[in-house]
Design a protein around this ligand. Sequence first.
Ligand SMILES: CC(C)(COP(=O)(O)OP(=O)(O)OC[C@H]1O[C@@H](n2cnc3c(N)ncnc32)[C@H](O)[C@@H]1OP(=O)(O)O)[C@@H](O)C(=O)NCCC(=O)NCCS
Length: 195
Amino acid sequence: MSDSLPPVLRTARLALRPFASTDAGDLLRIFADPEVVRYWSNGAWTDIAQAEAMIAETQQAYRDGGLYRYAIALLDTDQLIGICNLRGFFEQNRRCELGYALARDHWGRGYAAEALEALLGHAFHELDMNRIEADIDPRNGASARLLEKLGFRREGYMPERWIVHGEKADTAFYGLLKSYWNERERSRSSVHATG
Ligand SMILES: CC(C)(COP(=O)(O)OP(=O)(O)OC[C@H]1O[C@@H](n2cnc3c(N)ncnc32)[C@H](O)[C@@H]1OP(=O)(O)O)[C@@H](O)C(=O)NCCC(=O)NCCS
């Protein structure tokens, strides 16, 4: 997982690719939006240096491991419209945590599901993960729906786990096992075979 750039993953409309230093402007636009960071511990960005710091952290992680972060870019233009990452790797247990965000003007068009479908397939099949976890704010309906659509199951509820923008916030905890993913792939291929 370390010492190399992650491979580009292509979908019908998107490329999941490593970050480039030229992504800073698009990245700032995403995280400067208070709606995007509404359920995140950190406030909206105000400075291009914050975007440059995320790119530097990501590029360092390509060398050192520990964080596997992709830029989600439109296939046609290569414009960055979001990010997705795996972190918190626990090698012995083959598990990690999922995170994601999309620019608001690209919400509601299925891009997040399309990107994460590719990332999760890569995580289970190429990175050999067995379990992927997600910790979301239960009020984040789009995020909950997205996870359920991808086959995650809600496993737990932890009250007041975070203080978000000065407000106590709960965690809805989700998990996706490789066995669920394989079963989902099998049932989809049988639908395609018969349909
Ligand atoms: C979470 C996020 C990536 C989802 O993006 P998106 O563009 O809505 O995702 P998709 O278009 O792939 O849609 C996923 C599903 O959620 C549904 N959805 C979208 N907004 C919703 C809402 N407010 N409430 C309930 N469901 C919603 C969509 O209809 C779709 O389900 P469907 O296919 O059954 O119709 C986006 O809202 C985002 O970037 N939010 C800010 C960052 C964030 O909260 N990240 C997660 C932190 S853990």
